[in-house]
Design a protein around this ligand. Structure first.
Ligand SMILES: Nc1nc2c(c(=O)[nH]1)N[C@H]1C(S)=C(S)[C@@H](COP(=O)(O)OP(=O)(O)OC[C@H]3O[C@@H](n4cnc5c(N)ncnc54)[C@H](O)[C@@H]3O)O[C@H]1N2
Ligand code: MOO
Length: 401
């Protein structure tokens, strides 16, 4: 049996890095930058006030205190959005936060340090030059590289681009994924006949692909019929970076994926992991060339856990995400668990970040999707133990992190 980390590396090596595309910034949220962004303008663009108060020449308020305030005549107000004006020597003007500092002023006295006068004002504190002034280019200088390739565009990054007047950015393309569910037990009818079930893996994997930053471009369902499976696959392989299949990879009499692809460039093997032991991956020789393919087990819990462990990091690395892996935290196990020897076990759990605890959630079997849906983490138990006591420190994959 192959080690989990070896198989992770094998799957990651399958998926090629994606190229770049230009997008309006509002559509680039959560995407990874492909090229550096240089500031076309300074930020702020002009000197402005950091406080609601009075624009002054610092020299005019030297020595002002509560006990011996300085009185200055007050000129026209400067609201935010006003053009850049002048400050006559020996006078002051009310100025609002973000309003342009008038020429001649070099400091702002906050309104709290005054009597708030509108014709004449009592200034009760001295303020040195530069106080409460946000200098032009004080945040970003023209030409500075504000975002490097590999930056993930979140709210702060998109906000900065908007502030600088950058409307479009070059980002890494999302990997395009075809999701293919297999199994003659999967009903096409919304009301399955006795013995049939609904296809949960198609929806589950499409959601997982989208959450990982990929694009679930197409979903297929194919019965346990090798020629039909190959025909459907060939038909759907248009502009696809990765194919994911589920089901048909273990030891039964009708293992359609294994039977169809075993002799067509896909290797089927066992990984020392529970759930998710039977796996397959390789390059499928499609009509338009070789396409990376990862064949996941059919049990829904096995399919999603395998996606988490092998596919998600590969997809994220393919579009340049700086953190392909889930955040792993240490937590105290609340309940003892048993596990098989020789397999790394990824148990569904509930993480309490405040208490620093992880609680096993549901039985270890791979048919319990209902339990998985109530979990928010995977408790990562090492291969070489058969039990872990309550109170042990364990690694936990935060599925909400
Ligand atoms: N004799 C052995 N039997 C099994 C072994 C083994 O080593 N020897 N391995 C077990 C393990 S572990 C797993 S995991 C499963 C993997 O099976 P397959 O990948 O071949 O999947 P299927 O047999 O097609 O289905 C398994 C299970 O999952 C359900 N399923 C499949 N596709 C879907 C779908 N799209 N939506 C919802 N549910 C799905 C299917 O109905 C089965 O119940 O094999 C064990 N057996
Ligand atoms: O290894 Mo299979 O994936 O659960 O039960």
């Amino acid at each position: 049996m192959l080690d989990v980390t070896d198989y992770q590396a094998r799957v990651a090596a399958l998926v090629s890095p994606t190229g770049a595309e230009d997008l309006p910034i509002a559509e680039a949220v959560d995407r990874v930058l492909a090229a550096p962004v240089e500031a076309p303008e300074p930020l702020p663009a002009f000197d402005n006030s950091a406080m609601d108060g009075y624009a002054v020449r610092a020299a005019d308020v030297t020595g002002a205190t509560e006990e011996s305030p300085v009185r200055l005549p007050v000129g026209d107000d400067i609201p935010a959005g006003a053009p850049i004006g002048e400050l006559a020597p020996g006078t002051t003007r009310r100025i609002m936060t973000g309003a342009p500092l008038p020429r001649g002023a070099d400091a702002v006295v906050e309104v709290e340090a005054t009597d708030g006068g509108t014709d004449e004002v009592e200034i009760r504190a001295a303020r040195s030059a530069g106080t409460f002034v946000r200098r032009a280019a004080g945040d970003v200088a023209v030409g500075a590289t504000v975002l490097e390739p590999g930056a993930v565009l979140g709210a702060a990054q998109v906000g900065l681009l908007a502030a600088l007047g950058v409307t479009e950015v070059s980002v890494r393309r999302r990997p395009r994924v075809l999701v293919c569910s297999t199994g003659s037990e999967l009903a096409e009818d919304p009301d399955p006949a006795a013995g049939q079930i609904r296809d949960s893996n198609g929806a589950l994997l499409a959601a997982a692909v989208e959450q990982a930053g990929g694009l679930a471009v197409r979903q297929l369902w194919v019965a346990d019929d090798v020629p039909a499976f190959l025909a459907a696959l060939d038909d759907a392989l248009v502009d696809v970076d990765l194919v994911l299949t589920t089901g048909g990879v273990s030891a039964g009499a009708y293992e359609v994926v294994k039977d169809a692809l075993g002799s067509r460039g896909v290797e089927f093997l066992k990984v020392a992991m529970q759930p998710g032991m039977p796996q397959g991956c390789g390059h499928y020789a499609g009509p338009g060339g070789a396409v990376p393919i990862v064949c996941l087990p059919g049990n829904p819990v096995s399919a999603l856990t395998s996606f988490e462990v092998f596919v998600r990091p590969a997809l994220r690395a393919a579009y340049g995400h700086p953190r392909p892996q889930r955040r792993v935290v240490r937590a105290t196990l609340t309940d003892a668990v048993d596990k098989p020897a020789g397999k790394r076990q990824l148990r569904r759990g509930r993480l309490d970040p405040d208490a620093g605890t992880a609680t096993p959630w549901g039985p270890p079997g791979s048919g319990f999707l209902g339990w998985f849906a109530g979990a928010d983490c995977l408790i990562d138990l090492p291969a070489d133990v058969t039990s872990v006591p309550a109170g042990a420190e364990v690694d936990v994959w935060d599925l909400l992190g």
